[in-house]
Design a binder for this molecule. Structure first.
Ligand SMILES: [Zn+2]
Length: 128
């Protein structure tokens, strides 16, 4: 998927862009159950969309790539309120020594602070 209109998967799940995995998973389960083609409330096309959305958002790497794509696009209000992650300096990952048995190897670690996006989204507090 490149160019064109980007579907906001976060809106599908009704979660904020910095929602954690359990929140997304919970929402996915609810929607998957509701729209499963076998259900009376089912919708095969929407079910496929929800499943596709979840396959992206549940994978830290895919989610990071998707976020960059999404946030540099039409969601300029998020663009305006984001800041570069201090921990990974906006890379979304950092290199760290990881032990593999007797060996220590430089490994790319997905940054947990920004969840691999390289950016921190500063949200306005609710109820204002
Ligand atoms: Zn980071």
């Amino acid at each position: 998927m490149s160019g064109g209109i980007k579907i906001n998967y976060y809106m599908i799940f009704g979660v904020k862009p910095d929602a954690d995995q359990s929140e997304i998973k919970r929402s996915y389960r609810k929607l998957a159950m509701q729209f499963h083609p076998d259900m009376s409330t089912g919708d095969a096309d929407y079910f496929r969309l929800v499943t596709e959305a979840y396959s992206i958002l549940s994978d830290p790497y895919k989610r990071a790539v998707y976020n960059i794509d999404l946030f540099s696009g039409s969601l300029s209000h998020i663009e305006a309120s984001k800041s570069v992650c201090q921990l990974c300096k906006g890379d979304g990952s950092y290199v760290s020594k990881v032990s593999y048995g007797r060996y220590k190897v430089d490994s790319k670690i997905v940054c947990t602070t920004c969840r691999g996006t390289g950016i921190i989204i500063n949200e306005k507090p609710k109820g204002e």
